[in-house]
Every structure is written in structure tokens, then in C-alpha cells.
Design a binder for this molecule. Sequence first.
Ligand SMILES: Cc1cc2nc3c(=O)[nH]c(=O)nc-3n(C[C@H](O)[C@H](O)[C@H](O)COP(=O)(O)OP(=O)(O)OC[C@H]3O[C@@H](n4cnc5c(N)ncnc54)[C@H](O)[C@@H]3O)c2cc1C
Length: 475
Amino acid sequence: MIMDYDVVIIGAGMSGLAAGIRLAHFEKRVCIVERHYAYGGLNSYYKLEGREFDVGLHAVTNFCNPGDRHAPLSKLLRQLRLTRDDFDLRPQHYSEVQFPDQRLRFSNDFQFFTEEVHQKFPREIDGFLRLVARIRDHADTLDDTPWVSTRSVLSEYLRDPLLIEMILCPVMFYGSAEEHDMEFPSFVTLFKSILMEGFARPPGGVRSIIKALVRRFREAGGTLRMRCGVERIHCVGERAANLELSSGEILTTSAIISSIGFAETMRLIARTGNAVDHEPNAETNDHVGRLSFIEAIAVLDRRPAELGLDSTIIFANDSSKFHYARPEDEIDSTSRILCCPNNYEGHEAVEEGIVRMTWLANPMCWFEFDDAQYAERKEGLYELFLDQAGRYVPDIRNHVVFRDMFTPRTIRYYTGHINGAVYGSPVKHRDGRTPLENLFVCGTDQGYLGIVGAMLSGITIANERVLVANTRSEK
Ligand SMILES: Cc1cc2nc3c(=O)[nH]c(=O)nc-3n(C[C@H](O)[C@H](O)[C@H](O)COP(=O)(O)OP(=O)(O)OC[C@H]3O[C@@H](n4cnc5c(N)ncnc54)[C@H](O)[C@@H]3O)c2cc1C
């Protein structure tokens, strides 16, 4: 039997689920197909020996207070017809950027960060305030704009190179698919979401958010099919005609939104009469992400705050220059993110604590190891984790009761992202368009990053490329 839908969405990550909800609200017959057995994609959850873990969630960015109706998070909730209670977000304690001789703390009150800059870099405060004004005035657009270097913009306003590096560190770590420098519009989005708005987390972890999204999608009438990978997108001329699933089943549809990445989507395209020929240039270096991460996770016998670690997230760099690039070796141990998912308000009830440490990783090394080398290198890194975590919790070794680790290999296996690239391609497709007129991309490669960004991306592409386009063609 051939099933027919108005829209098929590839991938049940944050962006695919949000796009699906939007379309289902407008009575589209919409089906999300997900090749994995779990929802959530890059930000899913799993259980190990009775303990529940988030795959990634350090922080939901873009925190806002309940009355702030114009904030991105409020807009997102309205578009999805969800309430703040559905996500159960609790604000962070405070986070910090640590360089050898300087430390900048930030919270969900941007004035606090401004005061930190004023106190630690008094000569820079005027330039910093002018930079913030420019960031506030920056208008987001779906149109492609010429690439503008963030480093060059920052150096128009700030003279102290250390402050520039300390601002870039959390922003690039939490979303840049580009190495060394990043395009200014992405910097603006991330600066606002991390430093101006801030972090939150539900006590139940990312599963609270995913469950709310799945429930809303189903209530709105959408179809969600798990363990249902798309093998091919068959085209006729410049249009996608149908999707072939791994089971051999065919779905016909008027439009496809893919959340799996641009190059990953182009790989699926098969022209009629030439079923194995991939779309040309689909995997040029430009369109494939190079950056991945490795994360070590330790479960402690108590909350980190009880051991003196009260920060929510620490972005640390061991020299005065932040080097954000694919490492030569398997990881770059000179910078790291340390996350304490218990250090949010309302998380005091847990008996065990968690500390997560993330480093930039070179995916190629991790793909090339055989199984024995892979296990051995993970063990070695775990020792490094304990050494480095010991800088923040001196006797951490005595409190670890369980541990886990994921690598670029894990990320590639569970999400299908080439190179296990967490932030996707350095070339973003802001308008969501592809060479096929009825195939669009949302999520990581559309350009809005992180959990909130991914959901906003799904909403935007559903609104602009399907709902508005249909309204126009119906007039
Ligand atoms: C370790 C880690 C930590 C992170 N921490 C944070 C954080 O603290 N805060 C934050 O805001 N962001 C964080 N992120 C980033 C955030 O998770 C992502 O930006 C966001 O989840 C991306 O969602 P997406 O929908 O664009 O893509 P994805 O999550 O990649 O979803 C794509 C989905 O498509 C599915 N798929 C792939 N191929 C096929 C196919 N052929 N057929 C069918 N389905 C397919 C995949 O299985 C996947 O479920 C983190 C990411 C990682 C990996």
C-alpha cells in the first residue's frame, strides 16, 4: 500500500517535531519518519543500569521570565500551543568563562554579565555596550547575506584581545560549525541566547521537553513512525515525488522537510532512471561539518554543590587564546566545557549528582580506531577527565559511582550526521531551500542552533515554506 501525506518530515529531533506540530495544527496530513527507536535526535535520552541520562542536554538556552511575551522562548511556546509548565524549565545558578588569569561569570540577568565585564575589563565597557547595542539591533533574516567575520566586528568595538577570546569561547563552543571564526548573524543569535537570555533545564531532563512535543504532535493529529529510515527521495524533474523507506514502503507527498542535515539529505536523492546516483556536489567539503565532541559523564554519590562546585556550566580555556578547530589528535584537552546538570533551581531533590565534561574531538581518529583501540582510548580519556575535573572538585575520584562516555562515533551511529558533526555544516541554508522545489531543510543546517534554535527552525520552515506557500497558491 502506498501512503500519501501533505508533508513528510524526515527526523524526529527537536526541529522535525516542532515543524510537525505546526503543520498538524493547520490540518495538514503530516507524517514524521524517524530511523531510530528514540525521539529527540542529537538531544535524546537513554537508560543505563537503571539510571536515566540525557544524551547531551547541558542547558536549554534562551531563558526568559514568564511575563516576557516577545522573547524567542515565549514565541516558540505560543507557536507550538504549549505552556511554560509543559517544559518545566528552571533557571541556572550561574555559569562562567574561565581563562588562566581571568574569570567572567554570567547568569540569566544580563546586567550581571555587564557588571562583570565592567569590573574585570573597565577600559572596555563603553565598547562592550556599543557592541551590545549593535547585537540588539541586528535583524534576523531568512535571506542569505554576505559572510561577515565575527572577529572583525568584535575588534571594531573591543581592544583587549582577552575579552574577545572570552566572549567567543562560550558562543563558539555552544554552536559554531565554523572553525577559528564564525559568521556574525550566527554569533548574534548565540550571544543573545547564551549570554543575554541564559540557561535553564527541566528537573526531569530533556525527556520532559521531548515528551511534551510528541504528545502535542499526536494530539494535533500527526503521524509519527519510528524505526522507519528514509533510504531514497525519488524525484521527477525538479520535484521530489516520493520517499522510499528502509522497509521498501513508498510514501507519496507534496512536500518534504528534512531535519537530518543538508549533505545527508542530498545523499538520499535519486533521479528517476538513475536510482543510485546522488545529487552532485552533495558532499563537497563546504557542506560537511568537521567538528565533533566527546563527552565524559560521571555520576557522583552526591550533588556537585555539596562538594563545593556551584556553577552550572564552566567554559574553560588553558591559555589566553581560544583555539576552536578540529584537533590534530583525538581531542583538544586545552579547552573544555564542564556541566553540572544539578546546579539549576529546583534540582535539589536528586540524591546522586552528575558532572559532564566535553572536549572538541577529531572524528576521523575515533572512526579509525578498531574496537580494542577505541575501548583503550576511552579508558585513557576517562583518566584525563578525572584529572581535569579534579581542578573543580578536588576529591572527585572518591565520589564517582558510575560513568559513561560518548564519542563522535556514538553521535554518527545514533543520528546519521556525517562526521558526528554536532553543529552540522559550516555553510547554512537559512532559507531552507534545496535544489528540489518541494524539499526543504530545517534544524542544524538551516542555521538556528541548539534546542530552542532547532525548534524555531522547524517552526519557521513549516510556516514560511509550507503554510505561507500554500496560502499563496490557494489565493
Ligand atoms: C552531546 C550534545 C550536547 C548538546 N547540548 C546542547 C545543549 O546543552 N543545549 C542546546 O541548546 N543544544 C545542545 N546540543 C545541540 C542540540 O541537541 C541540537 O542543536 C538539536 O537537538 C538539533 O536538532 P535537529 O532537529 O536539528 O537535528 P537532529 O537532532 O540531528 O535530528 C535529526 C533526526 O533525524 C534522524 N534521521 C537521520 N537520518 C534519517 C533518515 N535517513 N531517515 C529518518 N530519520 C533520520 C536522526 O535519527 C535524528 O533523530 C547538543 C548536542 C549534542 C550532540
